[in-house]
Design a protein around this ligand. Structure first.
Ligand SMILES: [Zn+2]
Length: 491
């Protein structure tokens, strides 16, 4: 007898609907699974068999063939277990054939018949619409984020069989368990001195400008970058769902209440593999650090130490807001829209040319900066020098301005920019003196045409931060200061 049960599998951060066909026939007892299964799917045979027996449901001593359609799509992970088990129950007459027609099933089975968590539940729930979806109880809240009342949770195979047989009510989805309290975001008040770097952080957050900090060890680059997410506004509901979808597909623990509501901060180490950064790896193609940072901050500490391939992989997401990973089965696009913050030492010894204590040869320095390609460096609107804080600043026990005060200015500046965009108004023209200053820099060869455009954009953000209608000379000078060190890095 044949049964056909709906389910879904995860490809990248997207779900793909899968039809699980189970055929039970006379012949030598055996179990075959076809349709491009990966190792975890092939092993479902042992889990499904043990789960049925543990649940008091007989396993057919006949030939069982499972086909996963469409056959051209690779299926990974253990999330198809539940659909295979339900298919066996229907095909052997243990469940009525029509009880599954309006339902889809996603869940991993334990040997004792319990249902276990499956990563990427939001994407899987999307892919099974408009069918009602049955998932492990622990995943039901996540599935209900996108499917509402059409998502149901059960805790075991025996419970599911009972509900389907008797057409019982679905159990209520439990409220989210009280998770750990939200981690305290580090506060800018902890940073002593560094007024220029603080200003750069604020401009970066307000205008979504990518930021590169150049300074010797101990100048507080990491400390400053960690405080950047605190300056960003909370995620919009749409952004929140995108971020949650990616984190769920990567198998990351989701916060209390399930939705990720704060901009993420990801700081991959320079020794991280390319797969860990861009995503991919297994057949199910997991999102990498670059995607996990979407709508948040991607921080590359010691950018000069990252392999060239990793840095080059950043170019596509910086241009398009997505990262594409190609595999034999096709190409998967992950969202990758992030604010890039990077830090580097000015030279291999770290002391740099600012302090004059550098022990590097010119060749050393050239080798160090050569791996940063001009197109990548060009993505940074803000390139700022950092010095070690002054001893007086460190000893004075005066806290710096707090994140809350700075974040309020960022929110106001973003509000001004959004109001302009919303009204469809072009940016107001530069003041005459400001335009003259830019023209002079262009003539002197200090700025390229492309650089000119960037300086004007940063100046617009600076003006928004102070609530100025027009961009004046002072805003342009400020924007020029926020990229002066570029020449030191690229020379
Ligand atoms: Zn040096």
């Amino acid at each position: 007898m044949l049964a056909c049960v709906s389910s879904a599998t995860l490809t990248g951060a997207l779900g793909q609907s899968v039809s699980v066909e189970v055929h039970v026939s006379n012949g030598l007892p055996g179990f075959t699974i076809v349709g491009l299964p990966d190792a975890a799917v092939r092993e479902s045979r042992d889990r499904v068999r043990a789960a049925l027996l543990s649940s008091g449901l007989p396993w057919p001593l006949r030939r069982v063939t499972v086909n996963l359609a469409p056959s051209g799509v690779r299926k990974g992970g253990a999330g198809l277990d539940l659909a295979v088990a339900v298919g066996v129950l229907v095909a052997t007459g243990q469940l009525p054939p029509d009880c599954t027609s309006s339902l889809a099933f996603c869940g991993e089975l334990g040997l004792n018949g319990s249902l276990r968590h499956v990563p990427g539940m939001i994407a899987l729930a999307d892919a099974t619409a408009p069918l009602e979806l049955v998932v492990p109880l622990c995943d039901a809240r996540e599935a209900s984020l996108v499917r509402g009342d059409a998502a149901h949770g059960v805790s075991s195979l025996a419970e599911l069989a009972q509900i389907l047989r008797a057409r019982d009510e679905w159990p209520a989805i439990p409220p989210a368990p009280p998770g750990p309290p939200a981690p305290e975001l580090p506060d800018l008040a902890d940073v002593r001195g560094q007024p220029f770097a603080r200003h750069a952080l604020e401009v970066a957050a307000a205008g979504r400008h990518h930021l590169l900090m150049v300074g010797p060890p101990g100048s507080g680059k990491t400390m400053l970058a960690e405080r950047l997410p605190g300056l960003l506004p909370p995620l919009t509901p749409e952004e929140s769902l995108t971020v949650t979808r990616v984190h769920s597909a990567a198998g990351r623990p989701l916060p209390d209440g399930v939705l990720v509501s704060h901009p993420p901060f990801r700081a991959p180490h320079h020794s991280a593999s390319l797969v860990a950064l861009v995503g991919g790896g297994s057949w199910s193609l997991r999102p990498g650090e670059i995607s996990l940072a979407t709508h948040g901050v991607l921080f590359l500490d010691e950018m000069g130490e990252f392999p060239v391939a990793a840095l080059e992989a950043l170019r596509q997401p910086l241009e398009e807001g997505v990262i594409r990973v190609s595999r034999a089965g096709g190409t998967v696009a992950f969202p990758a829209q992030f604010l890039l913050a990077a830090a580097m030492n000015p030279c291999p010894c770290g002391e740099g040319v600012f302090d004059g204590a550098c022990r590097c040869t010119d060749a050393d320095r050239a080798r160090y900066t050569r791996r940063l390609s001009a197109p990548l460096l060009d993505r940074f609107d803000l390139v700022v020098p950092l010095a070690r804080p002054e001893p007086d600043d460190l000893l004075a026990d005066v806290p710096g301005e707090s994140t809350a005060v700075s974040a309020a200015r960022v929110a106001a500046a973003r509000g001004r920019a959004a109001a302009r965009d919303g009204a469809g108004a072009a940016d107001p023209p530069l003041q005459t003196k400001a335009a003259a200053l830019l023209a002079a820099k262009l003539r002197q060869g200090v700025l390229t045409a492309r650089g000119l455009h960037k300086v004007a954009r940063v100046a617009r953000t600076v003006a928004d931060l102070v609530g100025a209608e027009q961009v004046d000379e002072e805003h342009i000078s400020d924007a020029l200061c926020l990229r002066t060190v570029r020449d030191v890095v690229t020379r």
